[in-house]
Design a protein around this ligand. Structure first.
Ligand code: C5P
Length: 311
């Protein structure tokens, strides 16, 4: 290997970023800016994307792994937008090759695109040796998408506003999840739009966006049996309306032994909370056999947000 290529290899950085699941997702009415006010409890899971940034002659992105063919390779890619944003701020050219190794389902309701944006923010700052403080990074993250600040933050957190305002929540222990990845994705705006439509057709339905205190107390207990019945997602009826087959997936997970199952965020990934790791492995094996999902994965949470890997 030549000296030049060696130096390029050693100059690259890799950032690992987690998927999220919403243990609670309360959706307020549609705002004038097209977003909805949320009250949500996020948990970061051990299903992660790895984002590698290396010096290059121009900005480019390649993706491999889970759903790679559905990830745009142009300027709309959230990781590309994130690198452009850091470059603009640092007043330097964005000459970076971004390689995304995906495990988080694309358009799956697990904030995979947001994870890649968060990874690219942290990666670009590290690659160029920039000293961006946490608040500035969070502000840049929020401008890229509602879930990007949580992908930076990780752990378990209460999200308000568009979901970008975060407060850490104490969660004891480790929670074990099974994720059923659907055959096709759902567009987040389409699911929010479907919720608005369903609400218009039932004007007397209550919109409740109070803080889920019971769930937050349950999380401090660390007992999944106390947490499981409190899982809630206002977007679930909308996701089920757009993909009715998800009802069968949710039933199959509970029949397989999960404590409870919900649609993750805007879906269509279904997340099942299990009593322990052994139970999660058994539920995953049984769900795989039923054939309701394209892929089934186990994951645990909470895990940290975007972090540099040192190899
Ligand atoms: O912020 P992000 O780009 O991830 O949001 C994608 C879309 O999801 C928004 O354009 C909006 O339609 C919907 N959304 C919403 N309310 C939120 C977050 C997202 O309506 N709090």
């Amino acid at each position: 290997m030549s000296r030049a290529s060696l130096s390029v290899v050693s100059d690259s950085v890799t950032v690992r970023v987690p998927a999220k699941v919403n243990l609670h997702l309360g959706v307020g009415p549609l705002r004038d800016d097209g977003f909805h006010d949320l009250v949500t409890v996020f948990q970061a899971l051990s299903l992660c994307d790895d984002i590698r940034l290396s010096p290059a002659n121009e900005l480019r992105v390649t993706t491999r792994g889970e759903g790679a063919a559905d990830v745009p390779a142009d300027a709309t890619n959230l990781a590309v937008r994130a690198v452009n944003e850091v470059a603009r701020r640092a007043d330097r050219p964005a000459r970076v090759a971004i390689d995304i190794d995906k495990r988080i389902p694309v358009a799956g309701g697990m904030a995979g695109g947001s994870a890649d944006a968060a990874g690219a923010l942290v990666g670009a700052a590290a690659l160029w040796g920039l000293d961006i403080d946490r608040d500035d990074l969070t502000e840049m993250a929020a401008a890229l998408g509602s879930d990007v600040p949580f992908a930076l933050h990780g752990g378990t957190a209460l999200g308000t506003g568009r979901g970008e305002r975060l407060m850490p929540i104490l969660a004891r222990g480790e929670f074990h999840w099974v994720l059923a990845i659907a055959r096709s994705g759902l567009s987040t705006p389409a699911v929010y739009g479907e919720l608005d439509r369903l609400r218009e057709s039932r004007p007397d339905s209550d919109i409740i966006t109070t803080r889920p205190d019971e769930l937050m107390a349950a999380l401090t207990s660390g007992d999944p049996r106390v947490v499981a019945p409190l899982l809630h997602n206002d977007l679930q009826p909308a996701a089920l309306s757009l993909q009715p087959a998800l009802r069968r997936t949710l039933r199959a997970g509970v029949d397989a032994g999960a404590l409870n199952g919900i649609v993750s965020g805007s879906g269509p990934t279904c997340a099942f909370l299990c009593a322990d790791e052994t139970s999660a492995v058994n539920v995953a094996a049984e769900l795989s056999g039923v054939g309701v999902a394209r892929a089934v994965r186990t994951a645990s949470g909470p895990v940290p947000g975007a972090r540099l890997l040192h190899d």
